[in-house]
Design a protein around this ligand. Structure first.
Ligand code: GUN
Length: 296
């Protein structure tokens, strides 16, 4: 293996420290701390684990975590009422509705109900449009984390060839917008892309976010490229449950210059960036300067 490992776990811990320092300064300055409301509908086990870690890390950074757990029989009207109440609550600066929602609830309508200034996921169409037009917005947490790691590892991204593999609203599309804003030459590839290896072999930066275990091997990679592996796939190998990325780690690490591991790469950055976005939302709501190094 020749690639440098980009340690997302250590990077995320650094971001959380910066968030905690900023929260302490805000508390001195304003007498108030940022509040993050997380809404969880139903009993999805993976979502419950996520929400528990979000709440713990919010508290550890000195912010207020507000949790709303609703049964999976909750009606759309009831959920919207809760969101309107959170929009109007001055102690709440960030609102996150955990996805996926139970099938009878419409995620588009629910996200549209969140005040865009409190939309710490950056999923509201107003934030999507603002990001796409280069205006100040809330930036989705996973792509924000990827961008922070890329900037820290490569410095100026200007002029680099970036290939984003995957076109989801949560990762692929906002990632492409962020890389474009940093003056990369961006290609979006997806399941219908022809001769994918030929496309990805042009990439100085390869962001893989397709959710297909280990589909990218070393022969898809340009020598020296930086690989950000967003995939978190549960597989069984040698009779054991394992987490693997969208990239076959050993094979890609033979060719790449740097790579994020799974686990311990992009994963920990998502919650760290959610906390960073909550501090940003607080500062914007109060007309205070934005926290340095915690926004895109
Ligand atoms: N479910 C899994 N990841 C996320 C996320 O980043 N935000 C929300 N709202 N739901 C999720």
């Amino acid at each position: 293996m020749s690639a440098r490992i980009i340690d997302g776990k250590a990077f995320a811990a650094g971001i959380r420290r910066r968030v905690a320092d900023h929260v302490a300064r805000l508390a001195d300055q304003t007498g108030q701390v940022p509040g993050l409301a997380v809404v969880l509908v139903g009993e999805d086990p993976a979502s419950q684990i996520y929400v528990r870690s979000k709440n713990r890390m919010t508290d550890e950074c000195g912010m207020r975590s507000i949790e709303h757990r609703l049964p999976d029989t909750t009606t759309q009207a009831k959920l919207l009422d809760l969101i309107y109440a959170l929009n109007g609550d001055e102690a709440v600066h960030g609102i996150l509705v955990q996805l996926p929602l139970p099938a009878h609830l419409d995620p588009d309508l629910v996200i549209a109900a969140i005040d865009p200034l409190k939309d710490v996921d950056g999923f509201h169409v107003s934030n999507v449009g603002r990001l796409g037009t280069g205006q100040k917005s809330m930036v989705p947490c996973t792509p924000l984390g990827c961008l922070m790691m890329l900037r820290a590892h490569l410095g100026d991204l200007s002029g680099l060839d970036a290939v984003v593999l995957g076109r989801s609203n949560i990762v692929g599309k906002p990632m492409a917008q962020l890389l474009l804003r940093d003056s990369c030459t961006v290609t979006m590839a997806h399941s219908r892309t022809r001769d994918l290896a030929q496309v990805t072999r042009r990439a100085d930066i390869l962001v893989a976010a397709v959710g297909r275990p280990e589909m990218i091997t070393g022969d898809y990679v340009k020598p020296g490229a930086t690989i950000i592996d967003v995939g978190i796939n549960r597989i069984e190998r040698d009779g054991k449950q394992r987490l693997v990325g969208d990239c076959a780690f050993e094979s890609c690490a033979e060719v790449a210059g740097a790579i994020t591991p799974v686990p311990g790469g992009v994963g920990p950055m998502t919650i760290a960036c959610l906390l960073a976005n909550t501090v940003t939302a607080f500062c914007r709501a109060r007309g205070l300067p934005e926290p340095e190094g915690l926004t895109a």
